[in-house]
Write a protein that binds this ligand. Structure first.
Ligand SMILES: C[S@@+](CC[C@H](N)C(=O)[O-])C[C@H]1O[C@@H](n2cnc3c(N)ncnc32)[C@H](O)[C@@H]1O
Length: 303
């Protein structure tokens, strides 16, 4: 199997003046955006936002894999062409020395190494607490915010984009976060193989890659099969929260999720809710709003 390294060494290139549609003025030559064609988390917050807070924790938790030297995690294990939902393209992106250091030094503390076997999350966190899982956290702005304001719940973040993982590792260390663990891995594989059925209190998918072109719609993460997987992993009474700034993707989410057995749209058929307090307005989203996009928050209850 041939694939480009998901764990790039710091790549520097000549800055060129090509604008991306999200307003990022330039990027190193030859580097594409950090995620799908319309999104650019590279331009988003560097992880040192003003949301920085410490999150006092009732119990000091053991650290994942303490003492182990981090081997670069692989973001997926099956041949790329055979992934169930090809929702991402691995791109090098900017990878700074600080992010590299974060992987070297902080991964043992916050990272979970994917191994494709059922995971005992109580053992990972050293306690039994409700669990929130965020898919595709980008730079981790929302995950960081939520973990700090909700210390009684454990947070699991899934992301394939290495620079974003690096940024969040640094932010979590700054916050001394005790209730967050990260996978640098394909969300579909983690959910299918490591999360027990009924083990999640909440799943969040914020601004997933919209894959605009019709022929790419099958790459959208939200698909009937994936929705059924989410229903299985959510505990009864659990919650699914999605946000998008593309009306066409909101419509697609309604098409799929309103019809998914086991999910009920809290706002009624094809309904959305105002941004709830646990989701901050991120840098990425603010830029979308400046460009005149709407934002749709969709909340589903697991029956
Ligand atoms: C448009 S970005 C949004 C990032 C972030 N949620 C935000 O609101 O700023 C979508 C992110 O989902 C990640 N992603 C896409 N498919 C994924 C998958 N199957 N597993 C894990 N992450 C994925 C991409 O790498 C990208 O960072």
């Amino acid at each position: 199997m041939k694939r480009s390294s998901p764990f790039p060494s710091p790549a520097r290139g000549r800055q060129i003046g090509r604008d991306c549609r999200f307003g990022r003025r330039s990027r190193p030559e030859g580097e594409p955006h950090g995620c799908g064609e319309s999104t650019c988390p590279e331009g988003a917050d560097e992880g040192g936002s003003s949301e920085s807070k410490s999150s006092p924790h009732p119990n000091p938790l053991p650290q994942a894999g303490e003492g182990e030297k981090h081997a670069p995690p692989k973001p997926f294990t099956v041949t790329e062409g055979h992934r169930q939902v090809r929702s991402f393209v691995l791109r090098q992106g900017r990878f700074t020395p600080a992010q590299q250091r974060a992987f070297d030094e902080l991964w043992p503390r916050f990272g979970i190494e994917y191994d494709g076997k059922p995971r005992d999350f109580d053992a990972v966190f050293g306690r039994s607490a409700p669990r929130v899982l965020e898919i595709g956290f980008g730079n981790g702005e929302a995950l960081r915010f939520s973990a700090a304001r909700d210390p009684d719940r454990d947070h699991i973040g899934l992301e394939v984009h290495a620079p974003g993982v690096g940024r969040l590792l640094n932010a979590l260390a700054e916050d001394d976060a005790r209730n967050v663990r990260l996978y640098h891995h394909d969300a579909v594989e983690v959910l299918a193989n490591e999360a027990a059925d009924g083990s999640l209190d909440e799943v969040r998918i914020y601004f997933p890659d919209p894959w605009h072109k019709k022929r790419h719609h099958k790459r959208r993460l939200v698909q009937p099969e994936f929705a059924a997987l989410l229903v299985r992993k959510l505990a009864p009474g659990g919650r699914l929260h999605l946000a998008t700034d593309w009306q066409d993707y909101a419509e697609h989410m309604w098409d799929v999720l309103d019809e998914t057995p086991g999910l009920s749209n809290r706002a009624g058929p094809r309904g959305s809710v105002p941004r709830p307090p646990w989701r901050p307005q991120t840098h990425f989203e603010s830029r979308g709003l400046r460009l005149g996009h709407g934002v749709w928050d969709l909340l589903y209850d697991r029956s």
